[in-house]
Design a protein around this ligand. Structure first.
Ligand code: UD1
Ligand code: CA
Length: 427
């Protein structure tokens, strides 16, 4: 098994945020989370070292809480990408496998590309493989300098490049695979004699060539995958790219999406064929949606939602941590949270599961069995169970379990005061 190093110590000034750059999110997942998960999904890497610096504490906490196979290593001060990688030396003294190096701010990298990158490193028997990409506008990237025979010579940073080098369109994507045992000596030899006065990770290429090690480049096919986030505008753009990728997958699988431009679906959401997603839905977190469901317009699925077949979630319905069995409808203006809802249930407009007690901060469950009909504008105060076939009259506040096939009604009796208006008008 290989190990990875994920660089995430940099400042991210242009985000103009009090939150660390790599803790910004697309849907509910952090940027560094996307990178870690792509690496983990390759199945080739068993441990990740995340290099932290700016806002180290919050990044550390996030990694610790969410990614058990990842540890953070502090880099302070931040003296460059080469310096960042050297921080792991004490941890990997006796390690002799491959190391994959990536950046924590490129959430669009895919497991598939990483796998093929590592495979090519192995197939070529390389000591060092760098991922490159061909950009029409290569500005700001390090340029890949090749020899006349096409072999890799070195990488030159934008700020150190001469005019000819600046014209090169093949850039350093910032992802590397290296034979740790052979490459690690370089981290004690890196110098800062460059335009930025930093320890450049890119200098390992030239060093490896000088040591007659085998260095190769892997040319990336889809440049979006190394889209790095430096600003809120970049974050918005990356979110859009990721979303469109997901939407395309669902369209290919036979899901009908009326308006891909206004539909947001998290990568972890599964949807079966012939379900229709109407415009302006936001579906985040992990969800499983069956076939022939109708979602939206304007529906909000917030994660841990399981919908069986033929379920309707209509406009302005919010659903979270809820399972809904087949042929059930919640067509308008509802909140369904921490609930288990059976099949052939009708959830009337405006139904609310009151699942949260803000005083105790405890969330409670609502269980609604098969064939139940909930009247409009009802509040189901959890924990509560509505047993099979029961009816809840409109405008009821349900605070006790309701037995099967019974009617529950808390509505104040209707009073009609005849001629009341006429009398008022006369007085
Ligand atoms: C780097 C590469 C460049 C490549 C580009 C791809 C170097 C010298 N240059 O440039 O060839 O085209 O990435 O995106 O490596 N970081 C640390 N500690 C540090 C400095 C940086 O952890 O001391 C992290 C940053 O948080 C970031 C990553 O390393 O995630 C890359 O650093 P950045 O300054 O963005 O490198 P570039 O100048 O873009
Ligand atoms: Ca830099």
């Amino acid at each position: 098994m290989a190990k990875s190093i994920i660089l995430a110590a940099g400042k991210g000034t242009r985000m103009k945020s009090e939150t660390s750059k790599v803790l910004h999110k697309i849907f509910d997942k952090t940027l560094v989370g996307y990178v870690i998960e792509a690496v983990n999904k390759t199945g080739i890497v068993d441990e990740n070292f995340v290099i932290v610096g700016h806002q180290a504490e919050s990044v550390e906490k996030h990694i610790k809480e969410n990614y058990t196979n990842s540890k953070t290593v502090l880099q302070s001060p931040q003296l460059g990408t080469g310096h960042a990688v050297s921080m792991v030396l004490p941890y990997l003294d006796n390690y002799s496998g491959d190391i994959i190096i990536l950046c924590g701010d490129t959430p669009l990298i895919t497991e598939k590309t990483l796998k093929s990158f590592i495979d090519s490193h192995k197939a070529n028997n390389s000591d060092l493989t760098v991922m490159s990409a061909i950009f029409d506008n290569p500005t700001n990237y390090g340029r890949i300098i090749r020899n006349a025979d096409g072999s890799i010579n070195s990488i030159v940073e934008e700020k150190d490049a001469n005019i000819e080098q600046k014209a090169i369109k093949e850039v350093n994507a910032g992802i590397y695979c290296l034979n740790w045992e052979k490459i690690k000596p370089v981290f004690k030899e890196l110098k800062t004699n460059n335009a930025q006065g930093e320890y450049y990770l890119t200098d390992i290429i030239k060093w490896a060539k000088e040591q007659s090690l085998k260095v190769d480049a892997y040319v990336l096919k889809n440049n979006d995958e190394i889209f790095g986030i430096n600003s809120k505008a970049h974050l918005a753009e990356a979110s859009k790219i990721l979303n469109q990728r997901t939407i395309q997958k669902h369209l290919d699988n036979g899901v009908t999406i009326i308006d891909p431009n206004s539909t947001w679906i998290s990568p972890e959401t599964e949807i079966e064929a012939d379900t229709i997603i109407y415009p302006s839905c936001y579906i985040t977190g992990k969800n499983i949606i069956g076939k022939n469901c109708k979602i939206g317009p304007f529906a909000h699925l917030r994660g841990d939602v399981i919908l069986e077949d033929n379920v309707k979630i209509g406009n302005f319905v919010e659903v979270k941590k809820t399972t809904i069995k087949s042929n059930t409808n919640a067509c308008h203006l509802s909140y369904l949270g921490d609930s288990e809802i059976g099949s052939n249930v009708n959830i009337g407009a405006g139904t609310i599961t009151a699942n949260y007690n803000p005083l105790t901060k405890i969330k409670n469950k609502t269980i609604i069995e098969n064939e139940v009909k909930i009247g409009s504008n009802s509040v189901l105060v959890a924990p509560v169970e509505i047993k099979e076939g029961a009816n809840v009259a409109a405008l009821s506040v349900i605070t006790k379990n309701i037995p099967s096939w019974s009617l529950a009604i808390t509505r104040a009796p209707l009073r009609i005061l005849e001629e009341w208006v006429t009398k008022i008008m006369k007085s």
